[in-house]
Design a protein around this ligand. Structure first.
Ligand code: NDP
Length: 465
């Protein structure tokens, strides 16, 4: 299946790319060099070439082929693969005037909200080169304001049709794709010639640099680029898109199905929690590890809108009736899953904030004080939590993440695979990420990590993996 191949490609490439990253050696001038490998370059190139058409093809299949990959393969068979891709992509490749206006209005609104809404200034974790990023922590206010503005101008004042985003989604994805390609190129040059922070530099391989990025924390006009792209653009587009999809279902059928309500509600709760704890996101691998290149920037600006919203997009034309019982089970299970993963994230943040003096589940948390050396060889100390959820498995929050996503996918029932693509992709991404994080932590903490692993031997699911 196409999806399997794409997902396999993701695993193959990211495995290689991350091994590649870890095997990079630092030169005296602070940049990196690496042994070039044809396979790795080929993998990165394939990923850059294949993911954009994949995002567009998902939209097309959901909107025009009944959400059926079988129909898509028939289309490929009838037209030939390249001609079919051309027919799907060409009409939306450049976007449209309306699509560019929608993107510009959304981006400007989010920048203005980021700047004007109140929020504490919080610090992110110190980088290997001693840089401490700072953020304005007003994500939740921005989330609520964005929803309010969408309701006010779309539903109340009727300045625009809320279903318009669904109607123009192909063009929007085309425009986003084009923008992200160019933006990543700009970031690539900026990281080399005018980096914002000391955690920057080239690996000596332009293709890899474009893919991985050249600067960890680029700033443009005083805006932290990853804060904007990952949180305020990518994640913030998600609730707006699914609300537009729900509005489209109403426009088409005169009602919103309970399946759409369950799916959209769970996703809104998920994104709401994300913004409520946005400052916690600044401690994650996306921010700490991944430089601002194609992998993360294109991912959040195109892949999130195209793929994370797929279930709701599919549901527009497939208004399944679930009934109260099944709806309630999905909502409750989804909320428990979100609670588990959020609670695990909070435990780590709080124990570190309180320097280990923190109670978890009624007792003082058990910790390991782990020493490590930063890039400059300076000794530093951190805390590894060996208690609470962190005692169950080293990435047990991934189980909550996956189960929650399954709960908002199940309302589509079992007619097609498409509404499950996101949860399928997420499962592979997170299991691979657990492996990748293990490599990172073993390199960083050495014997302290081994000690933690002895007590907590499983990466994600106790007794299994
Ligand atoms: P984590 O939040 O688990 O962060 C991993 C880091 O935590 C490690 O690199 C290490 O960083 C630190 N750490 C590891 N073990 C311990 C420990 N025992 N005690 C204290 N700190 C520890 O990983 P992610 O960034 O992958 O995930 C963050 C959240 O985002 C999760 O809830 C996840 O489900 C979600 N997520 C969602 C995705 C999606 O697409 N929907 C994708 C990825 C994540 P350090 O160097 O600071 O020690």
């Amino acid at each position: 299946m196409l999806t399997e191949h794409i997902t396999f490609l993701f695993m193959f490439v990211s495995d290689n790319v991350h091994l590649h990253m870890f095997s990079m050696k630092k030169q005296a001038n602070g940049t990196y060099y690496t042994n070039r490998s044809f396979l790795r370059n080929f993998g990165v190139l394939m990923l850059i070439l294949l993911t954009p058409p994949a995002a567009i093809v998902f939209w097309y299949t959901s909107q025009n082929l009944n959400g059926s990959f079988l129909e898509l393969f028939r289309f490929f068979g009838d037209e030939g693969f390249f001609k079919a891709i051309y027919q799907i992509w060409a009409p939306v490749f450049l976007g449209s005037k309306t699509a560019w206006i929608i993107i510009a209005v959304f981006a400007v609104t989010e920048i203005v909200l980021l700047k004007i809404l109140p929020g504490k200034i919080v610090k992110g974790p110190i980088t290997p080169n001693g840089y401490t990023p700072v953020y304005k922590n007003n994500g939740f206010y921005s989330f609520l304001t964005t929803l309010f503005l969408f309701w006010l101008f779309g539903f109340q004042l009727k300045i625009f049709n809320p279903a318009m985003i669904y109607n123009r989604f192909g063009e929007i994805l085309g425009a986003l794709n084009l923008f992200s390609w160019v933006f990543c190129l700009l970031l690539y040059f900026k990281g080399i010639y005018k980096p914002s922070t000391p955690d920057s530099g080239s690996s000596g391989n332009p293709l890899f640099d474009y893919y991985w990025g050249t600067d960890l924390y680029p700033h443009i006009f005083g805006i932290n680029v990853k804060h904007f792209t990952n949180c305020r653009f990518g994640m913030m587009s998600w609730p707006v898109l699914i609300l537009s999809f729900a509005a489209k279902q109403y426009e088409m059928y005169g009602f919103i199905s309970d399946s759409m309500i369950v799916s959209v509600t769970l996703q809104l709760i998920y994104v709401g929690i994300f913004f409520y704890y946005e400052s916690g996101y600044f401690n994650t691998m996306d921010i700490q590890e991944d430089r601002a290149g194609y992998y993360i920037v294109w991912g959040v600006m195109v892949w999130i809108p195209a793929v994370y919203t797929l279930t709701s997009h599919y549901l527009v034309q497939h208004p399944v009736h679930l009934g109260y019982g099944f709806s309630a089970i999905l909502i409750i299970t989804g909320i428990i899953s979100f609670y588990t993963k959020t609670s695990m994230n909070r435990q780590r943040i709080n124990v570190r904030k309180n320097n280990g003096n923190y109670k978890i589940w009624g007792h003082t948390a058990r910790i390991i004080k782990a020493e490590y050396k930063d890039e400059k060889g300076k000794k530093r100390e951190s805390i590894l939590l060996v208690d609470g959820w962190w005692r169950v498995a080293r990435h047990f929050h991934y189980v909550g993440e996956i189960l929650g996503a399954l709960c908002w996918s199940l309302p589509a029932l079992f007619h097609n695979f498409m509404p499950y693509f996101y949860v399928f992709f997420l499962t592979i991404l997170l299991f691979h990420r657990a492996k990748r994080d293990d490599v990172k932590c073993r390199l960083k903490y050495g014997k302290y990590w081994e000690e933690y692993c002895k007590t907590v031997p499983y990466k994600v699911i106790p007794g299994i993996y």
